[in-house]
Design a protein around this ligand. Structure first.
Ligand SMILES: [Mn+2]
Length: 424
């Protein structure tokens, strides 16, 4: 793991500058009636889960270019996730994917404790076939025309719950690749009926303290129609299944220009927002690191979350879900965790009383300016100070590079044909 003394040594020469920047920002914020310490405490309370599969190179439909020292299995992935949390203090949990991460639950718990992590939502996989599998998912899983295939997919989801229960998870995220590639290939209505019936069986297997997250995606791998294509269908699913079912919003799973922050507000109002998969996209999927294309949209999503954070019963599960093709996945996950945390802090410093006043007066220009003032504020010293105080790195990527982690594990992890690429 990362030696704490290395982090200290990396931080030492940066502390004086950080303190000066922090004090200066504190003075500026005080002028606006904002207490920097309150923001730093909020930043320190932030946590986002890392997807186990994110520690490997994802690739595209065309190719995957694995890097050196890629994790060989879930134990290596947990080591990498431990490194990310040690350096950022912002990723305390890991989200597992079955079957990619299938392992003895006792060993999983032991390893998680060793690297200082907990487990977030479980993720099932009925979008690809496994070698030992009886029925193929080529033409669908939970919505397949064949009842035997649907049964197999239901049983897989129930197994994910069972494994999750043994490692302290309390949620199952279901994303399926089901849909169709040709108009006429499937009955759009009956395919959804079949999906609902199968999901009802998964829902019936949920323990009392568990939640079921429905994740929608507009297209791919099905190119013409997707069974759970948008938030409307996802909301319908969550409402029909029952109180333990909620919607999960993956930022990349929408058509370009869709107003995602509005979806967030609607789902919160319906009591059906369960969580997020954070990432960014230029065109239409969840390929890119958080904050790389449109940090303002990320801020606007967080603005809704902060504005509505006192909504009774709101309990969100935040996770990163992105594909890494040209970077060291650990570095991308470090940067993304920090960008998501940044948007959260920026949204937290918006003058909500002033904003509400301008809204009431229909002063559109000043309302927009008040909101933008949060986005324009450079909160980097707050993020750095939160990390320093938590024993993490002021500059996590620099500390990671100085640690030589990748070179070190490249020796102990010979290249294998990795099973866990891809993006969901
Ligand atoms: Mn996702």
């Amino acid at each position: 793991m990362i030696d704490p003394t290395l982090i200290e040594a990396q931080n030492a020469p940066l502390i004086a500058d950080l303190q000066a920047d922090y004090d200066a920002l504190g003075t500026r914020l005080a002028r606006r009636g904002v207490d920097i310490e309150t923001l730093t405490t909020r930043a320190a309370s932030f946590g986002v889960a890392v997807p186990s599969w994110g520690t490997g190179t994802g690739g595209t439909r065309f190719a995957r270019f694995p890097g050196k020292g890629e994790p060989r299995g879930i134990m290596d992935k947990l080591d990498d996730c431990g490194v990310i949390h040690a350096l950022t203090a912002a990723t305390p949990t890991v989200s597992l994917h079955i079957p990619w991460d299938r392992e003895d639950p006792a060993l999983l718990r032991e390893k998680a404790e060793e690297v200082g992590l907990g487990f977030d939502a479980m993720n099932s996989n009925t979008f690809q076939d496994q070698p030992d599998q009886e029925h193929s998912y080529k033409f669908g899983s939970l919505s397949h025309t064949d009842a035997a295939v649907r049964r197999q997919a239901v049983e897989h989801n129930l197994e994910c719950i069972e494994i999750g229960q043994q490692i302290g998870s309390t949620a199952l995220t279901v994303w399926i690749g089901d849909g169709s590639n040709f108009p006429g290939q499937t009955s759009l209505s009956r395919q959804f009926d079949r999906y609902m019936e199968a999901m009802g069986q998964v829902y019936a297997g949920l323990p009392d303290d568990w939640r079921l997250f429905s994740e929608h995606k507009i297209y791919e791998p099905a190119f013409y129609s997707t069974v759970v294509q948008d938030w409307g269908t996802s909301l319908m699913i969550a409402q029909e299944l029952g109180p333990k079912a909620q919607c999960l919003v993956d930022l990349g799973h929408h058509a370009p220009n869709v107003n995602i922050e509005m979806i967030v507000a609607r789902l919160i109002r319906a009591g059906k927002l369960g969580g997020f998969h954070f990432n960014d996209s230029k065109y239409g999927d969840d390929d890119l690191d958080s904050g790389t294309i449109d940090p303002f949209r990320l801020f606007l999503v967080w603005n809704e979350l902060v504005e509505l954070e006192d909504t009774p019963g709101l309990n969100l599960s935040h996770m990163i879900d992105q594909s890494h093709n040209v970077t060291d996945p650990i570095e991308s996950l470090i940067v993304s965790a920090s960008e998501i945390q940044r948007a959260f802090v920026q949204a937290s410093l918006v003058d909500r009383a002033a904003l509400e006043g301008y809204r009431t007066e229909n002063d559109a220009l000043m309302a927009a300016a008040t909101l933008r003032a949060g986005f324009r504020t450079d909160v980097e010293p707050i993020l750095q100070m939160a990390r320093l105080r938590a024993g993490a790195a002021i500059n996590p990527v620099a500390a990671y590079r100085a640690s030589g982690w990748r070179t070190q594990v490249a020796e102990s992890r010979p290249a294998v044909a990795a099973d866990g690429g891809g993006i969901v």
